[in-house]
Design a protein. Sequence first.
Length: 303
Amino acid sequence: MRFIDMFCGIGGFRLGLEQAGSQIQQGKQEEQRGQDRDNLSRRGNSGFSERPNGQPAEFHCVWANDNDKYACQIYRRHFGEVTEADIKTVDASAIPDHELLCAGFPCQSFSKAGKRRGFEDTRGTLFFDICRVLRAKRPRLLFLENVRGLLSADEGRTFLIILQSLDELGYDCQWQVLNSKDYGVPQNRERVFIIGHLRGQPRPKVFPLGEAGQLNETMELTGEPTTGCLRARGEEDMHSGLNLVSEMEGIRRLTPIECERLQGFPDNWTAGISDAQRYKCLGNAVSVPVIEAIGRQLMEFNG
C-alpha cells in the first residue's frame, strides 16, 4: 500500500507502518512455508526449499514532508528523501499518487498544554492543507493522529469542523482515543486516531481496537455529523519531552534514550542533534507501537 507521510517528524508513522507490514509479511511467509512443508510431506519428499524472501513491503512510503530541519535531519538519516518545506508551499498535484494519507498534524493549538485556540491558531489551519491534498489526490484511506484535546477544543466545534470537512470531501470516518501504555510502552499518553475511507470504497474495520477494558471514546461517522457525540470525557496530558523520573537520589530528567524508548523508537534514533532538539522532536512524535497496531488492522482489511 503506497502512502504519504505528511508532517512526518522523525518518522513514527513510517516506522510503525513498516514494522506492521514486516510482521504481516513474515506471517504470510511462515504460513506459506508451512503449506510447502505439508505439500512436500504428502508427496513423500523429505527435502524443503525456502521460498525467496523477495516480496515487496506491505507499506511503501512514496512521499514525506516536514518543515522542522532537525526532524528532517533524523528522518533523512533513517529513510532517505524527505521534502523539507512548509506544506503550504507544496503543490498538491505534484505529490505522488497513493492509497493512504498519513498525518500527525500539528496539535499544540488543540492541547490543554496550549491556549486551546483551535482553528484561530495558524497551526490549527494546517488541517486544511490535508484537505487540499485529499481533494487533489483522492486516496481511498486516511490515517490521522492528534491530541485527545482535539475532541473538546472549542466545546467540540473544532472536531465537528474537521468531520464536516472530511464529509464534504467524501470521506466517512471512525475514530478512537488510544493510550500508549496499552501498547507496550510505559507512558500514559492518550491520542485520538482517525481512520477515513473514501465513500463508495470498502470500509476498513479498524476500531474498536484493544481489550474491552482499554476502550474509550470509540465513534464512527458515516453521514451528517452532530455535536452530540463530540464531548471528551477527559483532558490532554502535557505534550512535552521534558518528563521527570523519581529515583532514590531524587528527581531527574529522563535521558533522550529513555524518551525514545517511551515512544517505541530504537535507542539513539534521534542521535546527532542537541538534547534540547531531541526532546522536542520526541515530544512531537507519535508512539510507534500504536501506529504499528493500527497498521496491522489496515493491512488485514487490505488483504
